[in-house]
Design a protein around this ligand. Structure first.
Ligand SMILES: *Cc1c(COP(=O)(O)O)cnc(C)c1O
Ligand code: SF4
Length: 348
């Protein structure tokens, strides 16, 4: 998955104010500028009463208006709203929920580059996201330690060039598609010049939460790279996929991109077989195959989203019985030190 910081931060290159003088601001950036940033505004938009005393623990609300428009007005339990609304339950602090549940902090030998699994290297391209998901495992990630400056990715790409075992570059974050296209195009052009790299993967929630991001400038560099490209989107509930998202997915496929989806299993959002079966059908209808269903990473402040393993396994068993195999996502959990994400299987 990807991690999180707000685009409102002044150090973010994707902030419209940081555009080169005279450059046209892409419309997706304007749209992001209009996103909800205060719980009271989002709730007023939905016709819900204003909250009192919500503590965001340094992870402020951020919700693009197009995503909020897919929520049901007047429904305080809306599954899309639950993913993004600051909640009092975030102050719960049960044992086992920590700031670095997947053991990433401090594991990057080259700043911003994670080489946890064989053959693949993950570049934490930015800390910025277009939406703040309350369950996000990267909410405590030390993004301030990421490399900065012009061509901040040089050291990471040099490390990749020096390691012939790496065949896939994964752009993640934060959300890499919050970066300007000039930067992304430069990274991908330099990566494509590394002969042993054959695949480019992009982990992003933007095609779902801000589908206008899939614009001509993005499609141009995606279409022209020699690297085989996979875009892993992130939707958790079928109501997230509307006509705009379908159109964005169609544009990506038109650029030769393979589309996969990852979801997080979330209590009160999608922890029912019927919802996840619908999500798989809806994804397939727009040309996306389900990839992973993640058991929640045990991050502090997200314990209210946890689904017990036994329940998770029962849900996937039911999915397996109603859907073709290719529409059943793999239920996984990230375990520090393991050679891959670990598939959950029933205990014997
Ligand atoms: C999840 C992840 C990957 C990709 O794993 P796949 O099983 O290939 O999807 C790579 N690197 C890191 C650090 C990851 O967390
Ligand atoms: S889009 Fe959501 S889940 Fe993905 S990195 Fe950002 S906050 Fe985390």
């Amino acid at each position: 998955m990807h991690g999180a910081r707000t685009l409102a931060e002044p150090d973010c290159d994707a902030t419209p104010g940081r555009q080169a003088k005279g450059a046209r601001v892409p419309s997706w950036q304007n749209e992001l500028g209009q996103a909800f940033r205060r719980p009271a505004d989002l709730l007023a938009f939905l016709g819900l009463p204003a909250p009192t005393n919500l503590v965001d623990h340094g992870f402020p609300l951020l919700v693009p208006r197009g995503f909020a428009a897919r929520m049901t007005p007047g429904d305080a339990q809306d599954p899309l709203l639950r993913q993004v609304l600051v909640s009092a339950e975030e102050s719960l602090d049960p044992p086992g929920f920590t700031d670095d549940p997947v053991g990433e902090i401090g594991c990057a030998a080259v700043p911003g580059l994670l080489r946890k699994y064989r053959g693949r290297a993950l570049l934490v391209a930015t800390g910025a996201c277009a939406v703040h998901c309350r369950y996000c495992f990267r909410r405590h990630f030390p993004y301030a330690d990421l490399p900065r400056g012009e061509r901040w990715w040089s050291a990471a790409l040099a490390a990749l060039a020096a390691d012939p075992t790496i065949e896939e570059l994964i752009l993640s974050g934060g959300d890499p598609l919050t970066l300007p296209d000039q930067q992304l195009a430069a990274i991908v052009t330099e990566a494509a010049a590394i002969p042993h790299l054959s695949r480019l993967r992009i982990h992003t929630r933007l095609p779902v939460v801000l589908p206008s991001r899939v614009d001509a400038a993005l499609l141009a560099w995606l279409h022209s790279t020699r690297l085989q490209t996979v875009v892993v989107i992130h939707a958790n509930h079928p109501a997230e996929i509307d006509g705009e998202v379908a159109a964005a997915c169609a544009r990506l496929r038109g650029a030769g991109v393979l589309l996969l989806n990852q979801s997080v299993l979330l209590a009160g959002v999608n922890d029912a077989p019927s919802i996840l079966a619908d999500l798989s059908r809806r994804l397939f209808a727009v040309g996306v195959l389900p990839y992973y269903l993640h058991q929640l990473d045990r991050v502090r402040g997200a314990s209210h989203f946890a689904v017990p393993d036994a329940r998770a396994l029962a849900i996937t068993r039911e999915l397996t019985s109603v859907l073709p195999g290719y529409l059943v996502p793999k239920l996984v959990r990230e375990v520090p030190g393991e050679p891959a994400k670990m598939a959950l299987t029933p205990s014997p």
